[in-house]
Write a protein that binds this ligand. Structure first.
Ligand SMILES: Cc1cc2nc3c(=O)[nH]c(=O)nc-3n(C[C@H](O)[C@H](O)[C@H](O)COP(=O)(O)OP(=O)(O)OC[C@H]3O[C@@H](n4cnc5c(N)ncnc54)[C@H](O)[C@@H]3O)c2cc1C
Length: 370
């Protein structure tokens, strides 16, 4: 690219910190770096015209784990790991709320509910039996019992007559949250350059050479916050996982309010004012959905529509307004990878489906490590 002396000097010289990715992690990292080092020159490179991974595509659940998620996690993680993760999710949301303010993120605590399909009696019973011990285990995180049985007051079809609900779960407006975060970071003095894709990096003595689709430059420290795209630049245990979503047109007299998990969390839905947003279905075809390409498939979109007809809105007419997908970063452990890879290189990736909750904390932890 034909950059001028002025362009190089002003935007690409003497950079202290370069962050790759302007999702919730990259932006929080920039914000906390600017607080820690007020004089530092901070640059964020983002390949999309907007943040383009998961942070502007998600469902906006401020969730800390549904009961079946906790029960399942306890089979593959220690009790201590499970409590730590719930605590991180809980504290991460409080940090997001404190950083941006409830009105900017439209924080609404209507509670969250896990629905159990009629065919999943065994899972329902297992979760009912675990209620007491899970509430006890998480006593140190929440000040009161989090999970309780709740009648099916929204008349969902083909499910058990009780949900298992969490009183602390909430929802946010993903769009205004990200827009506010972008404004905050710009006000802090960091530069954000969009449509710039980092293609490779060379870690050297005291600096990293960064090659992009537009230009090359050097930075003292490089922080990778590219989540589901991380394996394009790093060798870490993180895989892309596409998640597909749809939203209905406004529905007259919609009573449904809150966040809902279904089929062991493979499906999730919520109201957004008088619309329903529904996502999930990766379990129908894990192989195809292990991709960093955006897109929708007939298989999953048809299943999402069938669930709207049969379970979520069985007696209500609706039309679909919009469909999209986002890319998550997952791995064999439900724990983000936040670490220093060399003197000049750090990463904060693999947020799974928990980035609303833990994204701020991961960004802050990265800044603390830098
Ligand atoms: C459909 C969907 C629903 C979800 N629902 C929820 C939910 O309800 N609650 C919840 O807590 N979590 C949810 N998540 C997960 C959550 O959105 C993510 O965990 C979180 O957004 C991850 O943030 P991040 O900053 O790590 O990554 P991202 O938001 O993916 O940001 C990474 C950024 O890096 C950029 N990038 C990648 N490679 C490069 C490169 N080489 N050069 C420059 N830029 C690059 C990308 O364009 C992207 O903007 C959902 C995710 C999806 C996809």
């Amino acid at each position: 690219m034909n950059l001028s002396y002025w362009e190089y000097k002003t935007w690409l010289s003497n950079i202290d910190f370069t962050i790759v990715g302007s999702g919730i992690v990259g932006l929080n990292c920039a914000y906390y770096l600017s607080k820690k080092y007020p004089k530092a020159k901070i640059l964020i490179l983002e390949k999309g015209i907007l943040p383009q991974g998961a942070s502007t595509k998600n469902a906006g659940f401020a969730c800390f784990g549904s009961i079946s998620e906790i029960v399942s996690d306890l089979k593959s993680h220690t009790e201590e790991e499970v409590v730590d993760l719930v605590r991180n999710r809980w504290e991460g949301i409080q940090l997001l709320r404190n950083t941006l303010g409830d009105s900017r993120i439209d924080f609404q605590q209507h509670g969250g509910h896990e629905l159990f399909l009629e065919k999943d009696t065994e899972l329902f019973n297992e979760c009912c039996e675990a209620l007491g011990s899970v509430n006890k285990l998480l006593e140190t995180v929440y000040s009161e019992e989090a999970y309780y049985l709740h009648p099916n007051n929204f008349d969902f079809g083909r499910i058990h007559k009780n949900y298992i609900s969490s009183r602390f779960e909430a929802q946010i407006n993903t769009g205004t949250m990200m827009n506010s975060l972008l404004s905050l970071v710009r006000r802090s003095g960091a530069n954000i350059l969009n449509s710039v894709e980092v293609t490779s990096l060379e870690d050297g003595q005291g600096s990293v050479k960064v090659c992009t689709n537009q230009f090359e430059f050097k930075t003292r420290k490089l922080i990778i916050a590219t989540n589901g795209f991380a394996n394009q630049l790093l060798d870490q245990e993180v895989k892309p996982a596409r998640a597909q979503v749809l939203i209905t047109k406004p529905i007259n007299n919609l009573k449904i309010k809150g966040t809902f998990h279904l089929d062991e969390g493979f499906y999730y839905f919520r109201n957004i004012e008088n619309r329903i947003l529904l996502g999930g279905g990766r379990n129908l075809d894990f192989k195809t959905e292990e991709t960093s390409e955006f897109g929708q498939t007939e298989l999953i979109q048809n299943q999402l529509e069938a669930m709207l007809h049969e379970i979520i809105l069985p007696n209500t007419e609706f039309q679909i307004e919009h469909r999209w997908s986002g890319i998550m970063g997952i791995g064999n452990k439900k724990k983000p990878i936040v670490k220093q890879l060399s003197d000049n290189l750090l990463c904060g990736v693999r947020l799974g489906g928990m980035g609303i909750a833990i994204g701020s904390l991961v960004g802050k932890n990265l800044a603390d490590l830098s």
